[in-house]
Design a protein around this ligand. Structure first.
Ligand code: MLT
Length: 405
């Protein structure tokens, strides 16, 4: 008789955003006349930029003629896209990353879940607390963690790096062994950022201790302030200790299109073994390439028109972020994030737990957010709101929160 991967059984409940979606549909079903404003999952609402749509249409037409039709895409992605990514996202910012260090994928969620396959099961992972759940869940499924402790809300054999108000949501260096360190900046869920100087400390730590950093830069396009790194490769020595993940979902509204990439530098090695070679081998065996149409859409993000249109989209979301953040603070709430990030991390009122506040807000105000505890125990008493709704809905949600809390 077959057996199952028992590591899956260590996971408590369902995936955070699936749990929320289920609760919201049950509420909507019971209250069909209530208007719900969804500021929970970080899903975009603005349509794709015209330059992107035009490129997709053109690519669809190419697929209709034998002379321009394309089948399987190259395992690392088409060179036309890897070249513009290397040039615009890295070389233009002084980072020495070349097109052949870039692996195009169907998004940063999959990359952040899959990348752990490169490492031994005895490697110890370190994650921020609160954290984007995928890093942790994927390592649990792989068997790299111990059991879940319901009392602490933590898995055994995982190094948790608390990100709290006290440390301004910046993790401290681990005191115990940490082989694979997941960092996400601008941070999901807190919306807070790290300076280049502080990130350099992590790079130096990783190089000194033989650790690897998985740097999730999915939200870099939302950085508005100077001195905040867009890439970990802005730090000296990062190419020997860091993999970077990026997404077109938040940058260009591709949540439903699916496009992202990972950067695995050629200098990144474990002894004599190249991680770049391992990732190439992994992708070759397990991934059949991101569709041509999608990669052409991605290329258009870097055209002059595309850049202009996407900057406008991001500004609209950041106007929502400022409206929500400042509105909450003016009304006497404590709120963080929202300056270099589309996420606002508010403190729940009256010491409510984050799930109590979720239920209260849904019931009274018809507003959906994400309970901080869903991201880890240090997220308790916090609540995440996204700026990805419309301006009207952001204002409406703010008014309702002020009215009922
Ligand atoms: C989030 O809301 O944290 C993310 O958008 C979900 C995701 O990207 O998987």
């Amino acid at each position: 008789m077959f057996t199952v991967n028992e590591n899956f059984l260590k996971l408590p409940g369902s995936y955070l955003f699936a749990t929320i979606a289920k609760k919201v549909s049950a509420f909507q079903e019971a209250n069909p006349d209530r208007e719900i404003i969804r500021l929970g999952i970080g899903d975009v609402t603005q349509p794709l930029a015209p330059a992107v749509i035009e490129a997709m249409h053109k690519a669809v037409d190419e697929m209709s003629a034998a002379s321009t039709f394309r089948g399987y895409a190259p395992e690392r992605g088409y060179e036309f896209l890897r070249e513009v990514v290397a040039k615009n996202d890295y070389q233009a910012n002084g980072c020495d990353i070349t097109a052949d260090e870039i692996f195009i994928s169907d998004g940063a969620k999959c990359d952040s879940a899959n990348i752990q396959e490169l490492f031994g099961l005895d490697s110890v992972i370190a994650v921020c607390d609160p954290v984007y759940p995928v890093y942790l869940d994927s390592n649990v499924m792989a068997g790299r963690t111990g059991l879940y402790n319901a009392e602490t809300g933590r898995f055994d054999h995982v190094v948790y790096l608390p990100c709290t108000e006290e440390n301004r949501f910046l993790p401290e260096l681990p005191k115990e062994r940490a082989d694979i360190i997941y960092l996400c900046f601008p941070n999901n869920p807190t919306g807070e950022v790290i300076t280049k100087k502080d990130l350099q400390v992590w790079v130096d730590y990783a190089n000194k201790n033989g650790s690897v950093i998985i740097f999730d830069a999915a939200y870099e396009a939302y950085i508005t302030e100077d001195g905040i790194p867009h890439s970990i490769y802005e730090c000296e020595g990062a190419k020997t200790c860091a993999i970077e993940l990026r997404s077109f979902s938040k940058k260009a509204g591709f949540t439903g299109v699916r496009l992202g990439f990972s950067v695995v530098p050629k200098e990144l090695k474990c002894g004599d073994v190249s991680l770049h070679a391992l990732w190439l081998r992994r992708q070759g065996s397990k991934y059949n390439g991101t569709p041509y149409i999608v990669q052409k859409a991605g290329e258009a993000v870097y055209s002059a028109e595309g850049k202009k249109q996407i900057d406008e989209q991001i500004s609209r979301y950041m106007k929502n972020a400022a409206t929500i953040r400042n509105g909450l603070i003016d009304a006497g709430f404590t709120a963080y994030g929202g300056v270099n990030s589309p996420y606002i991390w508010m403190k729940t009122p009256d010491q409510m737990t984050s799930w109590e506040f979720f239920d209260y807000l849904l019931d009274k105000a018809g507003v959906v957010g994400t309970p901080g505890a869903g991201f880890g125990p240090s997220g308790e008493h916090f609540f995440r709101l996204t700026a990805f709704g419309s301006y009207e809905n952001s204002l409406k949600a703010l008014d309702r929160i002020k009215k009922f809390c």
